[in-house]
Ligand binder design. Structure first.
Ligand code: ZN
Length: 422
């Protein structure tokens, strides 16, 4: 029987275990997957599939892969499946997959897995080997097609595809990506439909939709739980922020051009709020994760989490406010902060009101903002002249169909500003 396996592009970007209590180990099935063939969709879809084989449709919709998966039993078998007799003979991309397999068995990952609900939920770790398909000129959609992500049925898809040509150490990178994706398994928050902008990608320093920012921020938080040394890097890259225009182009804005509410719609800031809370309050990590899981369906934006967290832990309100102010560079007004903890005011009292208040689009200043053709940003109470060419509107955004950005466009602006990029 033919099985169809759609590649859905879920871009993925990317804290401290003080107490390594013995966690019950959550079973994870690991699969090794490799590309057997790649051809135009029409040619390949008529092929009969053998055991373990699946079709994977390329992001361009024109081509498809036949991918074969085999269950991994141990390290040596994995090395052999990769076509080598020993670790030394593996490619860098394959070494990264071996490293993430090892990391999946580590105590840090066991700790994270102990939070998975329900405790017997089936998780699959799929190690995608793109050997033979590394050339982006020949296979221009390889990065998108094998981008690490959480796919359906709690399958964590791993591959070195996005990291091969940007000088990143794949063996260091993939375990970090796994700790992020597990965060998505633990907190099943959903981004709003247009939460990632028209290109569907997000960066650590990008202002995105409130729900997307919290979903990714929580996953970045679980990454920081495993790799607390990265906090410095997070902070270093959150001095300037990216805003994606309707056309999928990115513009960089400094801290002074953004409001506190804007900053809450950034995954890096959300991750740092959670990380500081975890470190500065007793049993913070547990309290945060359990609160997220208990209230998940309503609390997608960070304001929702903070509301429920203080509701569950009223004595911690001052501490929460202190962290919230600090991590948003003291840009939230007292009124904005009090609205987070009292979103219903004195009249209504429904979750609907709460979520509609929180799910507003990323707040933009009530001014016209645009970038001229020389890349200069303008702020004005008047819009740019309709005759001016090459203008990218930042706020308010022009209506109309967004243009889908090409992959290369996505990376131009983010290169220097974001160490993670995914
Ligand atoms: Zn993610």
């Amino acid at each position: 029987m033919k099985k169809l396996f759609f590649i859905i592009l879920f871009s993925s970007v990317l804290f401290s275990f003080n107490n390594f209590a013995l966690a019950e180990d959550h079973p994870v099935t690991t699969e090794y997957s490799f590309i057997e063939s790649y051809a135009p969709f029409r040619d390949i879809m008529n092929k009969e599939l053998g055991p373990g084989e699946e079709f994977a449709i390329s992001a361009n919709g024109l081509n498809a892969y036949i991918v074969k998966s085999v269950t991994v039993t141990d390290e040596q078998q994995l090395i052999n499946l990769m076509g080598a007799s020993s670790e030394a003979n593996l490619t860098d991309a394959q070494k990264g997959l071996l490293e993430v397999f090892r990391f999946s068995k580590s105590e840090k990952i066991s700790q994270l897995k102990s939070y998975i609900q329900p405790p017997d939920k089936k998780i699959t770790l799929q190690l995608n080997d793109i050997t033979g398909y590394e050339d982006e000129k020949k296979y221009p959609t390889i990065k998108k097609d094998f981008w690490p992500r959480l796919a359906k049925n709690s399958t964590i898809v791993m591959s070195a595809a996005p990291y091969l040509h940007d000088g990143k150490n794949v063996s260091e990178m993939l375990p970090k990506v796994l700790s992020h994706e597990l965060g998505h398994v633990i907190c099943d928050s959903r981004a709003e439909p247009s939460g990632y902008g028209s290109d569907g990608s997000h960066y650590l320093n990008e202002i995105i939709g409130p729900q997307a920012a919290f979903a990714e921020g929580f996953a970045d938080f679980t990454r920081l739980l495993c790799f607390p040394e990265e906090e410095k890097e997070y902070r270093g890259s959150l001095n300037s922020f990216l805003i994606e225009s309707q056309g999928g182009k990115y513009v960089k804005l400094g801290l002074k051009e953004l409001s506190g509410k804007d900053l809450l719609n950034n995954e890096g800031i959300d991750a740092l709020i959670l990380s500081s809370l975890a470190k500065e309050i007793p049993n913070g990590k547990d309290a945060i994760i359990r609160c997220v899981q208990r209230n998940n369906s309503q609390l997608n934006p960070i304001e929702g989490f903070l509301y429920y967290f203080v509701k569950e832990n009223p004595s911690l309100k001052d501490k929460v406010c202190e962290i919230l102010k600090r991590e948003t560079s003291n840009k939230l007004s007292d009124d904005e902060i009090s609205k987070i903890f009292n979103p219903f005011g004195n009249n209504t009292n429904t979750f609907l009101d709460l979520t509609s208040t929180m799910n507003s689009k990323p707040a933009m200043p009530k001014m016209y903002q645009w970038v001229d053709k020389n890349g200069e940003i303008h702020f004005s109470d008047e819009p740019p002249s309709p005759n001016e060419s090459g203008v990218i509107m930042l706020s308010p955004s022009p209506k109309g169909n967004p243009t889908i950005a090409t992959y290369s466009e996505i990376h131009v602006d983010s290169k220097s500003s974001n160490p993670f990029g995914e």
